[in-house]
Design a protein around this ligand. Structure first.
Ligand code: FAD
Length: 487
């Protein structure tokens, strides 16, 4: 017999927990079940609204029992959903339990899109367990190859010490997911100055997966939560060479093959050496990487940080977005009735605002989880189909840090989907403390990147949302005292 709940949420990451917390507050009389395969759940704390759309918060990891004790109507079970019957509205789990819902929200996140998935020398970084694996392999390593050009790859490259790092970058500049080549050139000189030897500042509670699982009398699962914002501070990234740093970046390449020593020999391939390396490169390595420029490098292991794939394994027959996520409309409804989705697992399928884009980020996981809960409640209690999109979906706004610099991204910050029909204005303030880039289309601001303490976020947010015609300022727009001018 299936246990019955009004609301069931699957996934204990930021999207799922934000959804559960909001449901519990909005519907204190209804019973809510959170099913999560990880014993740890994540909630957002210290939420600060920096501007109308820009928010900053810490992610707090807690044992699921802590969340359960906060809300009288919330139950949590550590289990993995393995089957889904949309006709009877029933979920089955790997521990042979079944649960019936009235309204369901799927928040199962995403997993790394690992190149050469079944190769034991290739790992992806996503959760606490994969970080442990990375740390324990690195300590025995002389050289690693990092593949990818997003935030994870970049942070790892500059954190790793005492190990040679070969960074294979498919673009012509670094961190291209977030910033343009100009901004990456601005940041580059600051990157090597970021030390990894300071004591990490822990800004959230931490539970180890091992400790948390000990008392759980359940099967373990293959899905953990994505890491929290301070994962890089807590990472122990020391290899076993004597040199503190040795890094080589190779631009505009992808991985062609991952080969064993025997394959290298039988193909008659020759290794390339890493510049500045004191090691004898002709020695034997556990694994070899051949790049699309035909160069071959031996290494101890490969870290694949090449994006993510939504976790939809147990959820069949849904309409999917181009990136493989569960397609959702503006009410976060999937193609199956009474089933919603939020966070990394979903693909935004509504008519997007011209200044918003989906990126799989903490901020969007939170916003989508909250939006889903509001629509689930509106549909359940009042059959109210008029629940509006939250204004956070009007403008893309993200604040992060790269190499101790505050980085703010607004709107179409990289001219995304503008088909070259835009103009850029860039200003680098003397001493290189600030980098300001605006994207203009038809004389109106549609996006911006702000690096350093510019104090321009609110002004630019308003200029993008109000679509003020800035033509008369011409190329001198950034030479004005912009903040005072437009406030
Ligand atoms: P998740 O946090 O992945 O949670 C998914 C949950 O679903 C987990 O609890 C999992 O156990 C559970 N689950 C999965 N399948 C099942 C199932 N079948 N049954 C039951 N439970 C299931 N974002 C930023 O904004 N800034 C950054 O700097 C940044 N850096 C990152 C660094 C790393 C290494 C990683 C991996 C991600 C980073 N992100 C960053 C992205 C961010 O972590 C994610 O966008 C966000 O955590 C997604 O939240 P979520 O709730 O959708 O999914």
């Amino acid at each position: 017999m299936a246990e019955k709940y009004t609301f069931i949420v699957v996934g204990g990451g930021i999207a799922g927990v934000s959804c559960v917390e909001n449901l519990a507050t909005l519907c204190p009389e209804d019973n809510i079940l959170l099913i999560s395969s990880s014993p740890i759940v994540k909630s957002v704390i210290n939420l600060k609204q920096l501007t109308r759309n820009l928010e900053q918060f810490d992610v707090y990891e807690k044992h699921s029992s802590e969340l359960e004790s906060q809300y009288a109507n919330v139950s949590i079970t550590q289990d993995e959903v393995s089957s889904f019957d949309s006709f009877n509205k029933v979920l089955g789990t790997i521990n042979s339990k079944s649960f019936r819902y009235e309204k369901l929200c799927i928040c199962t996140g995403a997993s790394p899109k690992v190149i050469a998935k079944n190769n034991e020398f290739v790992i992806g970084i996503r959760d606490t367990e994969t970080v442990f694996e990375f740390e324990s392999r690195l300590v025995k390593s002389r050289r690693v190859v990092i593949v990818g050009n997003g935030g994870i790859a970049t942070e790892l490259v500059f954190k790793i010490q005492r190990c040679e790092v070969l960074w294979a970058i498919k673009d012509n500049s670094i961190i291209s997911t977030f910033i343009d080549p100009g901004a990456s050139r601005f940041l580059l000189p600051h990157m090597l100055g970021v030390g990894a030897e300071e004591e990490p500042f822990v800004k959230r509670g931490k539970f180890s997966v091992e400790a948390a699982s000990k008392d759980a009398n359940t099967h373990t699962s293959s899905y953990g939560c994505a890491l929290g914002p301070d994962w890089i501070d807590l990472l122990k990234a020391q290899g076993r060479t004597s040199k503190v740093r040795c890094k080589e970046d190779i631009y505009c390449v992808e991985v062609k093959d991952i080969l064993t020593l025997n394959q290298v020999r039988s193909l008659g391939l020759i290794q390339n050496s890493i510049e500045g390396s004191a090691l004898n490169d002709l020695g034997e390595w556990p694994v070899y990487v051949r790049l699309t420029n035909e160069k071959l490098y031996g290494c101890d292991f490969v870290i694949s940080a090449t994006g993510v794939l939504p976790n939809i394994k147990s959820f069949e027959n849904f309409e999917l977005g181009k990136d493989g996520g569960l397609l959702v409309n503006e009410r976060m409804q999937t193609s199956i009735s009474d089933v919603y989705a939020a966070g990394d697992v979903c693909t935004a399928g509504w008519k997007l605002s011209p200044f918003w884009l989906q990126m799989r980020l903490w901020s969007q996981a939170r916003q989508m989880g909250v939006q889903a809960s509001r629509c689930m409640v509106a549909d359940w209690i009042v059959f109210d189909e008029s629940e509006q999109m939250d204004f956070c979906f009007e403008l893309f706004a993200h604040v992060t840090k790269f190499f101790n610099y505050k980085v703010i991204l607004l709107g179409k910050f990289n001219g995304q989907d503008l088909n070259d029909d835009y103009k850029l204005l860039i200003k680098v303030v003397e001493g290189c403390e600030k980098y300001i880039k605006v994207v203009l289309q038809g004389g109106r601001m549609v996006g911006a990147i702000l690096i350093g303490e510019t104090d321009l976020e609110e002004t630019f947010e308003n200029l993008i949302l109000n679509q003020l015609d800035l033509t008369r300022y011409g190329d001198g727009l950034l030479d004005q005292d912009i903040e005072d001018f437009f406030d």
